[in-house]
Design a binder for this molecule. Structure first.
Ligand code: COA
Length: 698
């Protein structure tokens, strides 16, 4: 990767004297970014381009070539790759488009490029990319003429257009970039490779990524997690709304669309996901220019009460608290500010505030030990000199160990002040919400940094042979869906408690079984063809006598037969009635990331309530803890409104065991327990239902 980011020599293949051609622009940019290494234009017809001697081919270059930037038409790329391999080039940046984005033939061409690179042990960036910049290496190997300010933000983008927007924005806001990498089609180098380099790059402190899809999901998670321990990673993943959820026979399938999986992956990897480019830019500004806050206490200084209230409201949305000032702070403010000013948080320095008054208030609240960050709000009142406030703020705001951001709320009048602050590397936005959101992201990152969670997965043993046998028998019978009892056998083989139960073929058998289990019992239809039993009248709870069991048996059989004609029915299962809080655990598989475990509030309204969370297995202890805590109904489990606390320990144990089944048996494509009954503390957790589906064999 060093040859990609810090090459000692670069050849531009397809360099041209024609100023309109990409091969010309790339060479021009490399020269004008003051690249210090050796530059070799390659062109079969030219002897000199842009004042540099040109060579007919890579192999004709006299010295070694670390990197080749390829700008020749797509069909010529494989032969250039072969030449690069023969020459011993270490990395190749293929700017050329016309590969897999064009369909089957393009994909074949792209595969050839990848295969040649592998044959010679070369790394490839692209194809179909804009190239790469490293401002600290004085290297602009892209075809954009926007030269970013040098700084500490590295950007990796899957879209060339997003790259140029970010570059243009950087020049307007003064955010400095270390490297800029357009990843293109990712035939070889992907985001995970880049993170592996960037996490150790001394010139990079913040990483921004625009991702459309991952090639190696698990490796991406691993690298994100590692890199985020020291550097905040802000990820903009597009495609949030496209329905990634495929038709699935379980609730879990419908609840875990592919975007949710990305959400889970970024969360587990401690990356900061943003939803819009504005949010990304806001966060890049604050992370690259301000120190991390030590806590979550925010002080607001404003010349307009309304903006102060809006900022205070935004605090709770973004995980900040309004700091309570020490008495000393309040007294000091009272001693200086006019009597009408509010000296409590938010501090209102009043509409006629001068720059001095702002400065005094900001400096005073910054000294308060309960304040970890400051938002300076300004409305363009006639009585305020905006430039003066901005220039005062610029003299001290970036030089203290607490982050300070501005929100100059307006348009024409405030723009100049915003620009002045941004030029002075003080983040400044046009609304209180954006300022608070940016600070909130810093607070969240600081928390993650201080407590990144454990890296070691929790693994448990299960009776693998038993499960293999069950799966084999199901396959032998030509099915992919398991009956409830087969599903439960799998759960039991992995130590997941299930209520005592017996499947009965006749009403008499059912009555006898119920008497031996003890009343009341639950009765459930047992059929591999019915996924949601209650929808077809196949579940009855609280049946409390032998005669009631007999009557319900006949009724249930006739109801289900009428509603699902042709379903194979094994009989009715008589179950011990367990009490507790209903939750759901499910598992689906994602092509990129592997087993996705869903946990949430269970019962028949699960798809309406959508109070679920996902994590990707293998799970660590912290993943399991976070899953349980993150659902909105967590308070119900801990005993809200005088209710009893649920047995959360046994619940977590079941989550771990389900993840283990998912890891041990890739042939299980879906699994769901709904409801999973979590008893009161010490009473255990029971799988009341089990839905297991096997992957179809081709
Ligand atoms: N080695 C070196 N140079 C070669 C060559 C070879 N084997 N074969 C041809 N060349 C030269 C050409 O003679 C030409 O130079 P000239 O102007 O002196 O004649 C130069 O390479 C470029 O070739 P040309 O055929 O003129 O192509 P082009 O410049 O019109 O287009 C690309 C080439 C790569 C720019 C074009 O195919 C392309 O992919 N454009 C889209 C790029 C893009 O959008 N990427 C994604 C961004 S996000």
């Amino acid at each position: 990767m060093k040859s990609l980011f810090e090459p000692e020599s670069i050849a531009v293949v397809g360099a041209s004297s024609d100023a309109r051609k990409i091969g010309h622009i790339v060479l021009y940019n490399l020269i004008h970014s003051k690249y210090r290494g050796k530059l070799y234009p390659i062109n079969p017809k030219a002897s000199e381009i842009l004042g540099l001697p040109a060579y007919t081919s890579l192999t004709a270059v006299p010295g070694k070539v670390d990197q080749a930037v390829v700008c020749v038409p797509n069909t010529l790329v494989p032969s250039v790759m072969e030449e690069a391999g023969i020459k011993g080039v270490k990395s190749v940046v293929v700017i050329t488009a016309g590969f897999k984005e064009l369909g089957k033939e393009g994909a074949m061409l792209e595969r050839r490029v990848g295969d040649i690179a592998k044959k010679y042990g070369m790394r490839v960036l692209g194809p179909n990319c804009m190239g790469l910049m490293n401002t600290h290496h004085f290297m602009n190997g892209t075809f954009t003429n926007i030269q970013p300010v040098s700084g500490s933000v590295a950007i990796a983008s899957q879209s060339g257009a997003v790259c140029s927007s970010l570059l243009d924005w950087s020049t307007a806001t003064g955010v400095g970039f270390s490297t800029f990498i357009s990843v293109g089609n990712k035939v070889d180098i992907d985001e995970a490779d880049l993170l592996e380099y960037l996490k150790n790059d001394p010139n990079t402190n913040v990483i921004g990524m625009y991702v459309e899809g991952a090639n190696r999901g698990r490796e991406l998670m691993r690298q994100l997690r590692e890199a985020s321990k020291n550097k905040p990673i802000i990820v903009l993943k597009s495609g949030r709304t496209s329905s990634g959820s495929k038709a699935a026979s379980s609730h879990t399938g419908a609840l875990s669309g592919s975007d949710k999986v990305y959400d889970a992956a970024f969360r587990q990897a401690n990356a900061i996901r943003v939803n819009t480019i504005d949010e990304m830019l806001d966060l890049l500004q604050v992370f690259s220019n301000m120190p991390l806050p030590k806590g979550d206490g925010l002080a607001i200084v404003t010349n307009a009460g309304g903006h102060g209230v809006m900022a205070a409201d935004a605090c709770s949305d973004h995980g900040l608290t309004l700091a309570s000032f020490e008495k000393e702070t309040i007294d000091k403010l009272k001693g200086y500010l006019p009597a009408a000013a509010n000296c409590y948080n938010p501090v209102d320095v009043l509409g006629d505030a001068s720059a001095d008054r702002y400065e005094f208030a900001i400096k005073t609240v910054m000294e308060d030990p309960n304040v970890s960050c400051v938002a300076v709000l300004l409305a363009p009142l006639d009585t305020v000199d905006i430039s003066e406030v901005a220039s005062h703020l610029a003299t001290f705001a970036g030089k203290v160990d607490k982050p300070v951001v501005g929100a100059f709320v307006g348009g024409t009048k405030t723009n100049e002040g915003i620009k002045m602050l941004q030029d002075a590397k003080i983040p400044c936005y046009d609304s209180p919400d954006r300022a608070i959101r940016a600070l909130g992201a810093m607070v969240r990152y600081k928390r993650m940094k201080d407590n990144p969670g454990d890296d070691e997965p929790v693994l448990v043993d299960g009776d693998k042979e038993k499960v293999k046998e069950i799966i084999k028998a199901v396959r032998a019978s030509g099915r992919t869906s398991l009956s409830e009892s087969e599903g439960k056998e799998i759960l039991m083989a992995y130590g997941v408690p299930v209520p005592q139960e017996v499947t009965c073929a006749t009403a008499d058998e059912a009555a006898k079984a119920a008497a031996s289990i003890g009343f009341p019992v639950v009765m459930k239809i047992d059929s591999p063809d019915i996924a949601h039993k209650s929808d077809v009248g196949g579940v009855k709870v609280g049946v409390s006598s032998e005669s009631a069991v007999k009557a319900e048996f006949e009724l249930m059989m006739s109801k289900v037969k009428a509603r699902v004609p042709g379903a194979h029915i094994n009989g009715v299962t008589i179950c011990q009635m367990v009490k507790g809080k209903e939750v759901l655990i499910g598992m689906t598989r994602d092509e990129q990331f592997g087993p996705v475990i869903t946990f949430g509030l269970g019962g028949v309204f699960v798809e309406i309530m959508k109070d679920v969370t996902q994590s990707i297995a293998p799970l660590t202890r912290s993943n399991v803890d976070n899953m349980v805590k993150s659902i909105r109904s967590y308070a119900i489990l801990t005993g809200a409104r005088g209710g009893r606390a649920a047995d959360i320990k046994s619940l977590k144990d079941v989550i771990v065991r389900i993840a283990q089944i998912a890891l041990d048996f890739p042939e299980i494509s879906e699994l769901e327990i709904n409801p999973l009954m979590v008893g009161d503390e010490g009473k255990g957790t029971y799988a009341v239902d089990a839905l297991v589906v096997l992957r179809r064999e081709n």
